[in-house]
Design a protein around this ligand. Structure first.
Ligand code: NAP
Length: 244
């Protein structure tokens, strides 16, 4: 149980990658505060299955003014977090010349600005405790770009800059900040893609299959645990070799 007695905050915990991260942390002994826009339909059963080690926060991270106060309240209730995973994310795809400013801004707000506000709030408290691990879920498109996803790619590239900068600012206080960059992972987000686009994506993956949320969760668990105690400011791609 590599996360025994640890307390973790995971955003976007209701589905897909965030849910797999939450399940993985719970299995390793952590107490987890999951965040999503609404309660998952099986929340009561899920909490019961964990023996009360799962807590739920309903919050819309697009409402930027409310992000810091909500996280402050949860910090007080939990008496601090050892681990933060900024995982919540959205897409609003379009070609650059057709993209509305509202769609560009909304993706930046949820994927990057909210992550900044949460990381800053949680890191302040981690500094007092002189330890903590922050993991940001970026994407391979944040490194390589992707036509049709200029807003999403910018937000995910921004998360990498945020990760490296915050790592430099907090390392001397015992805090590590890393990013995981998934490739093509089987979740609601990718299930919404047109079949042709999925086929083209699979053609570029040497392992010839999409990744699973659990495979991303394993990389996050590595950064959350002491196994990565001497690693900070790094980006780990979990992409089946897409860009190797
Ligand atoms: P997903 O299945 O669509 O789940 C997204 C999660 O984010 C949900 O829990 C959702 O909560 C939450 N969320 C969305 N908007 C929110 C908001 N405004 N406020 C609070 N929570 C919000 O996505 P996923 O595939 O698991 O992706 C998880 C992360 O991995 C994202 O950051 C994504 O960009 C990244 N990623 C995914 C892939 C992939 O291939 N799937 C690849 C690279 C990176 P609700 O249920 O309440 O809406």
């Amino acid at each position: 149980m590599v996360l025994q007695d640890k307390q973790a905050l995971v955003t976007g915990a209701s589905r897909g990658i965030g849910r797999a991260i939450t399940e993985g942390f719970l299995l390793e002994g952590a107490e987890v505060w999951g965040l999503g826009t609404r309660e998952p339909s099986d929340l009561d059963a899920w909490i019961a299955r964990t023996g009360g080690k799962l807590h739920w926060i309903c919050a819309d991270l697009a409402s930027l003014d409310s992000v810091e106060p909500i996280i402050q309240d949860q910090l007080k209730a939990a008496d601090g977090f050892d681990i933060l995973v900024n995982n919540a994310g959205i897409t609003k795809d379009n070609l650059a010349f057709r993209m509305s400013l509202a769609d560009f801004q909304k993706v930046l707000d949820v994927n990057l600005t909210a992550a900044f506000l949460i990381a800053r709030t949680v890191a302040r408290d981690m500094i007092r405790r002189k330890s903590g691990s922050i993991i940001n879920i970026s994407s391979v498109v944040g490194i390589h770009g992707n036509g049709g996803q200029i807003n999403y790619a910018a937000s995910k590239a921004g998360l990498i800059g945020l990760t490296k900068s915050l790592a430099q600012e907090t390392a001397s206080r015992g805090i590590r900040v890393n990013a995981v960059a998934p490739g093509f992972i089987d979740s609601d987000m990718t299930r919404a893609m047109p079949a042709g686009a999925k086929e083209r994506m699979l053609d570029h993956i040497p392992l010839k299959r999409p990744g699973t949320p659990e495979e991303v969760a394993q990389a996050v668990l590595f950064f959350a645990s002491d196994a990565s105690g001497y690693i900070t400011g790094q980006v780990l791609a979990v992409d089946g070799g897409m860009f190797c």
